[in-house]
Every structure is written in structure tokens, then in C-alpha cells.
Design a protein around this ligand. Structure first.
Ligand code: GLU
Length: 479
């Protein structure tokens, strides 16, 4: 048996949230750091909310992030199936075991009755929990309920006493059994409840460490009770902090983008997202901020994950992303940019690859996300060339128009490489007009590109077809 077996157990009820991606990342880094196994388990017992499309997206998002699993859907493994909906017979057998040991009872309460009880407890300032109404029904009473057509759920008889465990991040945790009502382990529709299925699966799959968000802390107490009821040795638990928005509330849609898919569409690189999520709320990186996957795995230490929430800072993610884009080999970047070109309605197939490679080389230092490529390319495509208000303002000055006219006039007859032409044209314009510095370059940039900012002008010039450049200047200067 492996010494370290961890799992990521998402429910396919929505897109992969960055918080869950971080849980996956922590488990994955833990497994890779320790030479253990990372298992992916799909928790799809909530039939009404689980969708196969969410599952597909989940798997794609993890793959995109580079988080690979050793066992799980689409992989073989000795502990499968790895989808809970395919393990229902296993849960049924385990329910029988607890029934035989008299640790479980059928509960016939309806939703309305349970809600009534809850409200009554809240009103009398007591903690809402199931008070055990069906715990001591006689066999006759049960028969009566069933004859009346009620389908039971099954509740676990919570034993009195303290549940204590050592959390690898939080230290000693303690929960009082008396504060916990008998909880449902199998629903009236026959489906296992989360806490029940998870215990059986974690045990049967040989999970040694359960690493997940602190929102599961109270579930852990219930799960330990079930492990004990079955006579299983519980795994070791570690509950990391959650990702928060700037207002310190749990990061949710109202804070902005929250799913891995949204960040992919925005043009965030998976390396940047992984790096950022690894940094978030942990100190194992020793203050370093740009780390490769390998470096993160090597340095990963669960005990150095923070206990208090980590605030998600999209600006910081974008800052990291710009670094990864800058460091990405141009050849590779060109490939990754393709979908974003399509998105920005460029005719990708008609673009000369050699020319495009040079452009990407030039603009990549200015990109924060891949999705920005469309706007950075505009200056190189005649049909996208537009003059911004700022550029217009510059060109309206008489001195500027003289600069542009002189520059254009020289271009008409100039020969040589684009670099030579550019340098000679600048020199000529400087001499003829007396303009220098900003007064010389700004009008030329504004006229050539339609913008007041951009990459180095000589390089831009070399990539704009001379005739196209001339055409733009002519139109402006009326030559
Ligand atoms: N399916 C649960 C969730 O998505 C898994 C929690 C756990 O790791 O046990 O929250």
C-alpha cells in the first residue's frame, strides 16, 4: 500500500472554482512531493445537480492546469470505480452493515416536519439539529409510516462523547457529539449522503490524507464517527483556509471571475494560475513569487499553509501572467494565441506565420493576458488601423503635420531594408523640420500606428508593409 494516497473529490455541479482548483493543487503537490498517488473521484450522487458536461469541463480544466491524476475517471486503477454513481451497490452493503449493528434507523420525517423542528429550536435559542424523533419508533410505528407511503431516509445514531483529531494545518480540533443530531447517511431516494459515501470511499480507496477546505471541518467530525462505526482507521486530515474576496467573504461570482474556465478565456496561462494558487495562503515558497511547478512541488509543506483566509487578488495574478507570457518561447506563444486571434476575428489562416512570429516577439512584453492580443495587433493590419483621439490630437498640430509630410515624402523614394529606410527617413525629417525627441517621434508614431503608445517604432515600422505605411501617412498628410 502506498504511504501517501490523497484525493480530489469534486461534485460535478458547476464549473471548477479556483478555490477547488487550489484544493486539487494542494493534494497534487502533496502527492508529488511525497512520491504518493493522487486520485480523482467524482462525487455525483446529487442526481438533480450533477451534469456530465460539468464533469467533462472539470477533467478538461484539471488537464489544462497540468494537474494529472494517477487513478480516476479515464484512468485505470485498482480501487475503482472512481465515480460515486457507479458505486451504489458498495454503499448499500455498508448501510446493511450499520443496520445490522443497530447504528442506523429509518427516519420518516418530511421536509416540512424537519423545517418546523428547526424553526422551533431557533425560536427557543437552541442549536438547530435533528432531535431524534424517529430514533425510537417501534416496528409497528414504522410499518404504519410505510403503509402510509412514506419512504424513509436512514440516520446514523450519533454517539455521545467528544470527537478529537489532529489537523495537520490547524492542530487539535474538538467536536462534541451531543451537539450533533443524528444525521442522514442514505436519503429517502436511496442515494447515499455525502458524509457516508465519502467515508466508505476514502477507506476503500486507501486514502491516507484528506486535504480540503475548512468549510468541511464540521463534516470531518461526522466522518470520523462513521469511520469508527465501521471500525476503519480514519485518514489524517488537513483543512486549508478558503479563498476570500477583498471584503473577506468567501470568493464568489459577485467578486468577479471565479472559475478556472473564466480565467482561461481571459487569457491567463495555466502556469500563472497554478503559480498564483500555490502562493495563495501559504508560506512554503519562502517569499519567492515566481515558481515553476517543480519548484512548488519540491518546496510544498502542508504545515505552512495558512489558517486564515487568503484574499484573491486578480491584479497579482495578471502580474504573474505577464511574466509567464514574457518568458514563454515565442513559438509556443504563437500557438497559444491562436484561439484568441479567432476570438478577435482575425483570419488566422491568412496571416503569414513568419511575419506573425516577429510581431508576437515584439508585442509579447506588453501583454498581460493572451486575450489582449487582438488590440495589440491592430497597428499591423490595415483594415484595423484607426486613429485614437489621443493620436488625432497630436496630429492636429501644424508642426506635427509637417513632420508627417516630410517623413512620408522621404519614404516615397527611399530604398533599402526597412531598418535602413526608417533610420534614413527619421534623419531626413529631423534635418528638414528641426523637430527632435518627442516632437519628432510622436507624430510619426501617431500617424503610422494611429496610437500614442506601442512597441519600439523602428521595429513596428519594419513589420508594417512600406506601402501600407505610406498609404496611412498619405491619407493623413494629404500628400
Ligand atoms: N464533493 C465534496 C466537495 O466538492 C468533496 C469534499 C471532500 O473533499 O471531502 O465539496
Amino acid at each position: 500500500m502506498d504511504k501517501y494516497r490523497v484525493r480530489f473529490a469534486p461534485s460535478p455541479t458547476g464549473e471548477l472554482h479556483v478555490g477547488n482548483a487550489r484544493t486539487a493543487l494542494f493534494n497534487w503537490m502533496f502527492a508529488r512531493h511525497n512520491g504518493g498517488k493522487f486520485i480523482l473521484r467524482i462525487e455525483d450522487t446529487d442526481e438533480s445537480r450533477s451534469l456530465i458536461s460539468y464533469q467533462t469541463n472539470l477533467l478538461n480544466d484539471l488537464t489544462w492546469l497540468g494537474i494529472d491524476w494517477d487513478e480516476g475517471p479515464e484512468k485505470k486503477g485498482a480501487y475503482g470505480p472512481y465515480k460515486q454513481s457507479e458505486r451504489l451497490d458498495i454503499y448499500a452493503i455498508h448501510l446493511q452493515k450499520l443496520m445490522a449493528a443497530d447504528m442506523v434507523y429509518p427516519c420518516y420525517c418530511t421536509e416540512e416536519e424537519l423545517e418546523e423542528e428547526r424553526q422551533a429550536l431557533i425560536l427557543s435559542k437552541r442549536m438547530p439539529r435533528y432531535m431524534g424523533k424517529c430514533r425510537n419508533l417501534t416496528p409497528e410505528q414504522r410499518k404504519e409510516k410505510e403503509a402510509a407511503g412514506r419512504k424513509p431516509s436512514f440516520r446514523f445514531k450519533v454517539p455521545a462523547g467528544t470527537i478529537e483529531f489532529t489537523d495537520l494545518i490547524r492542530g487539535t480540533m474538538r467536536f462534541e457529539g451531543t451537539a450533533i443530531g443524528d444525521f442522514i447517511i442514505v436519503r429517502s431516494n436511496g442515494m447515499p449522503a455525502y458524509n457516508f459515501a465519502v467515508v466508505i470511499d476514502d477507506h476503500l480507496m486507501g486514502i491516507t490524507h484528506v486535504i480540503r477546505g475548512e468549510d468541511h471541518l464540521s463534516n470531518t467530525a461526522l466522518q470520523i464517527m462513521l469511520h469508527r462505526a465501521f471500525g476503519f482507521a480514519p485518514p489524517i486530515f488537513a483543512h486549508h483556509c478558503l479563498i476570500l474576496g477583498h471584503d473577506r467573504a468567501k470568493l464568489s461570482k459577485r467578486h468577479g471571475s471565479v472559475s478556472v474556465g473564466e480565467f482561461r478565456k481571459k487569457g491567463i496561462l495555466p502556469e500563472a494560475l497554478i503559480n498564483y494558487l500555490g502562493l495563495l495562503g501559504s508560506s512554503f515558497t519562502e517569499g519567492r513569487e515566481v515558481l515553476s511547478r517543480e519548484e512548488m512541488i519540491a518546496g510544498f509543506e502542508l504545515s505552512r499553509a495558512s489558517k486564515s483566509g487568503a484574499i484573491f487578488d486578480e491584479e497579482k495574478l495578471r502580474w504573474l501572467n505577464a511574466i509567464y507570457i514574457r518568458n514563454c518561447p515565442t513559438e509556443d506563444l504563437v500557438k497559444r494565441l491562436k484561439p484568441f486571434l479567432v476570438e478577435a476575428v482575425y483570419e488566422v489562416d491568412k496571416i503569414d506565420p513568419v511575419w506573425f512570429h516577429k510581431i508576437v516577439d515584439l508585442v509579447k512584453n506588453d501583454l498581460t493576458t493572451l486575450a489582449e492580443i487582438g488590440s495589440h495587433l491592430e497597428i499591423f493590419f490595415d483594415d484595423r488601423y484607426v486613429i485614437t483621439a489621443e493620436a488625432k490630437q497630436i496630429l492636429e498640430k501644424e508642426s506635427a503635420s509637417q513632420v508627417v509630410r516630410t517623413f512620408a515624402g522621404y519614404l516615397k523614394t527611399a530604398g533599402g531594408t526597412p531598418q535602413e529606410i526608417y533610420l534614413a527617413a527619421i534623419k531626413y525629417t529631423k534635418e528638414k523640420t528641426g523637430a527632435k525627441g518627442k516632437d519628432l517621434f510622436m507624430p510619426i508614431r501617431a500617424a503610422l500606428t494611429g496610437k500614442v503608445h506601442g512597441p519600439e517604432l523602428d521595429k513596428v515600422f519594419a513589420l508594417i508593409d512600406k506601402n501600407a505605411g505610406l498609404h496611412r501617412l498619405h491619407n493623413l498628410s494629404g500628400i
